[in-house]
Design a protein around this ligand. Structure first.
Ligand SMILES: [Zn+2]
Length: 275
């Protein structure tokens, strides 16, 4: 989190609320800024962005890209804990705020990051941002045929494949669980063990889950883009609750510090590895 659905909504809100505005003041706040903010231009974060006008906000995978009326771009990869917030100059700031842009109308765009895991780059060359150039296609841009072809070189556990940015951009731990539940595919099945029919179901589940989730996130978030709505998840973070499809108890396995939730009844067939 945030993954494609959250960032898609954040992008839309920012296009309505901050695109076209000129930044009148830039603040870097320590200690978080020193950990997450990197000025690769060498021209200074505050110096470059003060008086800059935000011309566009785009999303690519799990990155947000800000265009200004000059060459430098701001690239935000919030990872698990970074969040943007719309506020006014009067609103209290979160303790782990890393930077604040203030606009002439006394509104602010802030970035805060409780665990300072995110990465914020000011750069002239987005291709040099770590993990950016090697990203695979956007899930909504890939046809069924292209999806089948792209899957072939990946042989490992299907959840691991789905969350690899080089395969498809924008899907992380939470939505991979949701997609696999919808497709009724066990997260630890190897890609090489999946039937043609399961691969079809997976493609459909990616499209449907992500599209539906964007609308659910939009409804829950509104313009409170710092929120992390997750009440609508069917299995992710719902260990011990009833599967919405079959009523069995939702399982949880933690491996490599990542939680996986799934239903052993409707997502049968996986060889369960060590807990
Ligand atoms: Zn079930």
């Amino acid at each position: 989190m945030p993954e494609l659905p959250e960032l898609e909504v954040v992008r839309d809100v920012l296009n309505t609320r901050v695109v076209g505005k000129k930044i009148t003041r830039v603040e870097l706040l320590q200690p978080t800024a020193a950990i997450v903010v990197r000025d690769v231009t060498g021209r200074g974060f505050v110096e470059t962005l003060t008086a800059a006008k935000i011309e566009n906000v785009a999303r690519r995978g799990k990155f947000l890209l800000f265009d200004f009326d000059h060459a430098a771009k701001l690239v935000i990869n919030p990872k698990l804990t970074g969040r943007l917030q719309l506020a006014t100059t009067q609103d209290k700031r979160y303790k782990k705020t890393a930077f604040v842009f203030t606009f002439a109308d006394e509104t602010e765009l802030r970035y805060f990051d409780d665990k300072a895991m995110g990465q914020v780059y000011l750069t002239d060359d987005i291709k040099r941002v770590p993990d950016f150039a090697e990203m695979g296609p956007e899930p909504f841009d890939i046809s069924r045929e292209q999806f089948r072809e792209r899957l072939k070189p990946f042989r490992g556990e299907i959840k691991g494949v789905l969350t690899r940015g080089e395969f498809l951009a924008g899907i992380g731990n939470a939505y991979a669980d949701e997609i696999l539940w919808r497709a009724q595919v066990h997260p630890y099945r190897k890609r090489t063990q999946l039937t043609a029919e399961e691969i079809e179901r997976l493609y459909d589940a990616i499209q449907t889950t992500l599209r539906e989730s964007i609308e659910l996130v939009r409804a829950a978030m509104g313009e409170n883009i710092h929120l992390k709505p997750r009440d609508f998840f069917q299995v992710h973070m719902r260990a011990g609750k009833a599967c919405p499809r079959c009523g069995s108890t939702i399982s949880e396995i933690t491996a490599q510090q990542r939680i996986t939730n799934f239903c052993r009844t409707c997502q049968a067939g996986g060889l369960i590895r060590g807990m």
